[in-house]
Design a protein around this ligand. Sequence first.
Ligand SMILES: C[S@@+](CC[C@H](N)C(=O)[O-])C[C@H]1O[C@@H](n2cnc3c(N)ncnc32)[C@H](O)[C@@H]1O
Length: 280
Amino acid sequence: MPDRKTRLRRAVSRSALAPLAALPVRLARVARHDAKVLRESARWLVTSREHHNYTYDLTKLNLEHLAWFVSVVAEVPVADVRAWIAEIEADTALRTHIERTTANAARRGLADRHVRYARRLGWYALIRARKPQHVVETGVDKGLGTCVIAAALLRNAAEGHPGRVTSLDINPEAGYLAKAQPWADVVDLVIGDSIASIGALDRPVDMFLHDSDHSAAHEQREFTAIEPHLAERALLLTDNVTYTTVLLKHAEKTGRRFLAFKEQPVRHWYPGDGIGAAWR
Ligand SMILES: C[S@@+](CC[C@H](N)C(=O)[O-])C[C@H]1O[C@@H](n2cnc3c(N)ncnc32)[C@H](O)[C@@H]1O
């Protein structure tokens, strides 16, 4: 028979007093979690200059999830995906170019010099896997993603699969990282509202990435506008997948499969973005 103390604990856990009795343990757990977020936030306020479109590294486990995500979407062995991720991480010419250009840019006061690609590693690997001839990216900002896409297209071209990226942004100052060679050789930067620019596209699109105005209404307008321009087996991607259901609904409506990847940033208060993918 259980002793008196155990009998008492069991009686409390079954009674209406249970939530009150567990309060100290619950408080300690949530305080430990919140203290960690506050510590990361304070460190970020002092060490980072970014005010939007944050950059960070992904946890080791999260990188594995990303590799498997790309493997499933592109139907390629996960070992190939890991090799492509290692390939861009080892691309010192690209990294040095981004670091130097950031250090000398007019907007350097609002950019971190350290280069962290995060989910863009997934974009890179998807392009290496699917060898698209024409990629369209909406939303360019400094041009970090554009450079990553261009780097993948240049590697594909060296292996006999040339391709170009059309990058659309409403801000005339966008894309300064993507204006240097060799990356600029495969980039067509178009300034204007993405919906109008999509309407003016004159060749089929093999891969489309939404990363511009993140309102659900604008995201929806982009996927509707791009549809008549898509090649038969085009891959649709969104940067908005952790916030809206636009792409998953569009996938269902258009008879595509859908999958989502969610980032886990290392030592950052921001919970991360993700990649949504829809394909046939
Ligand atoms: C999140 S940033 C893009 C990030 C970029 N793809 C990267 O990898 O770092 C969003 C960009 O979308 C642009 N944007 C916002 N509304 C837009 C619109 N209606 N048409 C085109 N670009 C737009 C902004 O100027 C901004 O540069």
